[in-house]
Design a binder for this molecule. Structure first.
Ligand code: ZN
Length: 102
């Protein structure tokens, strides 16, 4: 096995994971491919560790849950806001009426 064959095996080893005696022998005899193999193995290990499920604190979970609930609530005006808005509309109506009657 030469370096090109070994590197092809390295790229495709997720699909064809079988380590043959040829790949193991090349790994022992070629420092360049051995370093490449070690770097690739380390990279794959780190990628796998990034997908490990992490527990989150109950406080953070509650805050996320509350934020989701708040986002689901429809927009509603409070009674004071409705009263202020109605008073504003009535005020504008009176002003418009006075302007028209002049
Ligand atoms: Zn090699």
């Amino acid at each position: 096995m030469n370096c090109n064959e070994f590197q092809y095996w390295l790229v495709t080893r997720d699909i064809f994971f079988n380590e043959t005696p040829d790949t193991l022998f090349h790994l022992k005899t070629c420092d360049a491919c051995k370093n490449l193999y070690l770097a690739d193995t380390c990279l794959e290990k780190n990628i796998r560790s990034g997908f490990i499920r992490q527990e989150i604190s109950k406080e953070l979970f509650s805050r996320i849950d509350l934020a989701i609930d708040q986002a689901k609530k429809p927009f509603r005006l409070k009674k004071a806001e409705i009263a202020a808005f109605s008073a504003w509309i009535a005020f504008i109506a009176v002003i418009m009426t006075l302007l028209i009657l002049q």
